[in-house]
Design a protein around this ligand. Structure first.
Ligand code: 5GP
Length: 124
């Protein structure tokens, strides 16, 4: 299946400034903001500014600069939120893709979750 980016998705609208967000960090290629419906005491979404649908799309199509910037920004978010292994007790970083991944918003995003033990990764 080809990657088809919908530029009306909610995160595209956040990136265009049409919808407000609670920004945690912004870099040249990446934006991180609090999830509107947090699943844990720390729940931050890290998104690339470029039009990528999913992790696999981003990894295949983004530039090296975007990929490095994204991962360094995500690690900085963990430190800033006090959940990195240096600053705290750890975190879970997850990304959902497509129908089986139960992805709601079709713009690649990494969920950074922490502030409590996160339990088992998936239900059986
Ligand atoms: P997904 O299921 O696609 O992996 O996760 C989408 C996430 O985006 C959900 O955790 C949901 O709460 C969050 N979300 C949806 N709409 C908004 C919004 O308008 N603002 C923010 N900050 N988060 C949103």
């Amino acid at each position: 299946m080809a990657y088809s980016y919908d530029d009306q998705n909610i995160f595209a609208r956040i990136l265009r400034g049409e919808i407000p967000n609670k920004t945690v960090l912004e870099t040249a290629h990446t934006l991180a903001f609090h999830d509107i419906n947090p699943s844990a005491p720390v729940h931050v979404l890290v998104i690339p500014k470029g039009p990528y649908v999913s992790f696999d799309h981003f990894a295949a199509a983004a530039s090296d600069a975007e990929i490095v910037d994204f991962h360094r920004a995500a690690a900085q978010v963990c430190a800033q939120m006090g959940v990195s292994l240096e600053a705290g007790e750890g975190f879970r970083a997850i990304t959902n893709a497509g129908a089986h991944g139960v992805q709601e918003v079709p713009h690649y995003h990494l969920h950074i979750l922490g502030g409590r033990p996160m339990g088992r990764m998936v239900s059986r």
